[in-house]
Each structure stands twice: as C-alpha cells, then as structure tokens.
Design a protein around this ligand. Structure first.
Ligand SMILES: *Cc1c(COP(=O)(O)O)cnc(C)c1O
Length: 458
C-alpha cells in the first residue's frame, strides 16, 4: 500500500480554542453589527478571515528572534534580511517596511501621480486603495477565464496581453508609471500567473518602455504552481523559479505576512537606483530609518528565515495541498467553489451558492454571516462590499464574482479543522433554498469600507 501523505513537521506549541454555541454566536454577530471584522477572536472557532500574519513560526524562526539585533542603524538582522531578499529576488536595492501596504505607500509615493493609469491583473484592495487615494486609476487586465469559476485554467491569474497592449496603446507613456502583476492573484481567487505570461508581459513592457513591478505577497506559492503545472519547470527548485520570475521585472512590493511566514513585516526590492533613492525619502518619513523601516531587528531576522523556509518545496506542498484538501471535500459535496483551487484560500461562489439573495442585498456577505452562525467559522466577503463605490460616481460597484474567501493560515490548523469547515458548509448548502434576503448598509467609511461597515439584516 502506498503510504499516505503526512505533514513534514510536528507541533511544539498549541493554543486553546473555545467551542461556542450557535446561540452565543447569533448574539455576538448582532453586537458586531454583522461585520466579522468586529468580532473578538475568542468568538471565532476556526479563523479563515485571512492568511495574513496568522501563520505559525518555526523553531528556527523563534531562535532567530533571540538573535535579533535592535541597533537603530546597521542592524545585523537587517543585513541578514537584505542578503536573503537579494538571494531570492535578485534585485539590487532593498527597503524594509512594516507591512505590504506600507511598501505600496512608499513605492507609489515615488511613482504615482494624479490621473495616472496602473494596469495589472486584479489589483489587491490595498493596492487599488493606494492608487485611487492618489486619484489615479487601476485597470484590470486579467484573462476572462478568471471570471468563470466553472472553467479550468491552470493560470487564472494571467494578464490578457491584448487587454494590456490596448491600455499601452490608448494612453501616453507618461500616464502609465508601471504595471503591477500580483503573484498569486489574490482578488481573482489566489490564482497563479505562469512564467510564460510573465515573459509576455515583460516583453510588452520593454516594447512600450513601461516598468513591471510584482505585488509578491504569495510569490512562493506562485512558484509552486509553476513547478507543478508549467512544462519545463518540473525539475527546477522553487528558489530557481522565483529568481527567474523576478528577473523579468523591475522590482516588487511584499507583504511578508504571507509568504514571509511572519506575523508582521514587508519590503520593497528593486533595480532602479533613481526610484530607490526617491522611495528612501518616503521610507524614512513614513516607516523609519532604512535599516529597520518599521520592523524590529528580531522580526527582520525571523523574516529572513521565513523567506528561506517558504521557498522550500516540502513546506509549500503541505501548505497548498491542505488548501486543496478542503477544496476537494467541498467539491465532493457539490458546494460551488472556484476551480482550480487557489494557493492560500478556497473561494465559495456565492452567485451559484445563494442566487436567491439579490446582489443588492450583498449575497456573499450574507453567506459569510451564515457560515459564522452555523460553524463559528470566520471567512471574508470578496464581493460588492469589498468592491466599494466608484470614486467618481459614488455608486456601488457590482463585481462579476461574489466570493466568500476561506483563507487558510500557514502551519496552523489540521485537516480535522478542514473536515469541520467542509461539513458546516455542506449543511448550509443543503438548506440554501430558504435563503431569500441579505443585508443592508447602515454606516460606511469613504474608502476601504469593508473593515468598518455596519450592516443590518433585511
Ligand atoms: C496582503 C496583501 C497586500 C497588503 O499587505 P499588508 O501586509 O496586509 O499590508 C498587498 N497585496 C497582496 C496581494 C496581498 O495579499
């Protein structure tokens, strides 16, 4: 008999979870104004709100915490991190920041002006937020297959080169400071971008003289998918694949809370000295001196180790196959999920799950509420609430896809937790015909409203 798969690690520290009742959760959710961001973590049994900063560090990372050098300038931990980032990305210059959006803030302060256009595959919400905050525009050039959850495409995060070239052709070069390619594409379902596509984007960018930056939060997961799905990469290591991918671009921003395997951190790495110098000024202004940029020395050390671990095949296999395990259990129950499964999360297709709830009543949001009530499981809406209002017309933007994302923290839950989630969803799916009404907004912020929006049941 072939030996079954087992995780390549064992557990040294555990954290107790409180098993609440449905009655308790119903009350807590009402008190939270039907916004899962307002819950206390003890009120959640399995937390799939995000995989950002929620993973478990290794013994090696904790050991590195003790070695952290907290010197204001020239910290040893900074040098360690800088060397690791250069080894993994190949980029010349490096700036630490306190998290991913801070890296965006610093880089975009140097590059983005009012009226600019920044094309890319579906921009992440903070990326879009930082673009629109500067009165610039993000243009989504993702391939059409990404918007149909039922078709199989191995690289649904790919950029449609025709759509991209149209943007390049129709706008003056000075209006397009760069293109941002998100690997993996979070908002399109944690879907990877192929090496072939990156090469194509790079070629087009060179033709039109436009820089290419990667939003790299999950670059290691993207490299794993390239290894598994793209011809010619089967025998390459994850580190070789990542290095090749980055070689086609000019730089990257990173949320280290994802594939950095740490709870907080971020950075920018890039080749252009002029942009680096400009970004340095903003880094010092917003983040801190260039050898810590908002991070403790010990955190930079743990990140250096984390980047090394995250780009090892064994780790990535356990991580991505756990996500696929949950996806497969749901698919076997007939629950509509984005296929192929994303690297960090399973996306429930609310348009197919609860078509009986009108889109104006936020159907994906409603499904996320139900999953919390039934199972104490916290997911997150990637739908109309997240899509926010159009900055010009202030109308709600109704996206083509209404998702509930179940993000799986790294090295944190076991497959029994995955089984529990799958059955909770099966039970909701079996009674879905009863779902007629959703929610309405009582109060919302002018930008990135999903974090604080107050809702009421209809
Ligand atoms: C998380 C994330 C960001 C923002 O990073 P933070 O660390 O949360 O500020 C940017 N882009 C992508 C693709 C992300 O997943």
């Amino acid at each position: 008999m072939k030996l079954p798969y087992a995780e390549p690690y064992k557990i040294k520290v555990v954290e107790k979870l409180y098993r609440s009742t449905q009655e308790e959760r119903t009350k807590w959710l009402k008190d939270a104004n039907y916004n899962l961001f307002n819950l206390k973590s003890e009120q959640v049994f399995i937390d799939c709100l995000t995989d950002s900063g929620t993973g478990a560090m290794s013994d090696e990372q904790w050991a590195e915490m003790m070695r952290g050098d907290e010197s204001y300038a020239g910290s040893r931990s900074f040098v360690k991190l800088k060397n690791t980032v250069q080894k993994i990305t190949g980029y010349k210059y490096f700036l630490p920041t306190h998290q991913g959006r801070a890296a965006e803030n610093v880089l975009f302060s140097a590059l983005v002006k009012e009226g600019d256009i920044i094309p890319g595959n579906t921009h992440f919400d903070t990326t879009k937020g930082h673009i629109e905050f500067r009165k610039a525009h993000a243009i989504d050039c993702t391939i059409n297959e990404a918007f149909d959850t039922s078709v199989y495409h191995p690289f649904k995060g790919n950029v449609d080169l025709k759509k991209l070239e149209k943007v390049f052709k129709e706008n003056p070069k000075e209006k397009i400071p760069f293109i941002v390619v998100t690997i993996t594409c979070n908002s399109a379902g944690g879907q990877p971008v192929s090496m072939e596509n990156v090469k194509g984007i790079s070629k087009l960018c060179k033709e039109y003289g436009i820089p290419l930056y990667f939003d790299s939060a999950r670059f290691a997961e993207n490299a794993y998918f390239i290894k598994k799905r793209e011809k010619g990469y089967e025998n390459k290591t994850i580190k070789e694949i990542a290095l090749e991918l980055f070689s086609y671009g000019d730089g990257m921003t990173m949320s280290a809370k994802k594939d950095g395997l740490v709870n907080m951190g971020g950075f920018i790495a890039l080749n252009d000295e002029k942009v680096y110098k400009e970004a340095t000024v903003y880094n010092i202004m917003f983040e801190g001196f260039i050898t810590y940029g908002g991070m403790n020395g010990r955190d930079m050390g743990a990140l250096a180790v984390g980047l090394d671990e995250a780009t090892e095949f064994d780790y990535l296999e356990s991580r991505i196959e756990q996500v696929a395990y949950l996806g497969q259990r749901l698919a076997d129950f007939g629950v509509p999920v984005q296929q192929p499964f994303g690297g960090h999360a399973i996306f429930l297709d609310a348009n197919k799950f609860v078509p009986t709830i009108p889109q104006e009543e936020f159907r994906a949001w409603s499904l996320a509420m139900e999953l919390y009530i039934i199972g104490g499981i916290r997911g997150v809406e990637i739908g109309t609430i997240l899509a926010d209002r159009d900055p010009d017309t202030r109308e709600n933007r109704f996206p083509e896809l209404e998702f509930v994302r179940l993000a799986i923290p790294r090295r944190t839950y076991t497959n029994h937790h995955m089984d529990y989630i799958a059955v909770a969803l099966k039970n909701i799916f079996d009674t879905r015909a009863n779902a007629k009404h959703g929610y309405r907004i009582i109060d919302e912020a002018p930008i990135m409203r999903h974090f604080t929006v107050k809702m009421a049941k209809i």
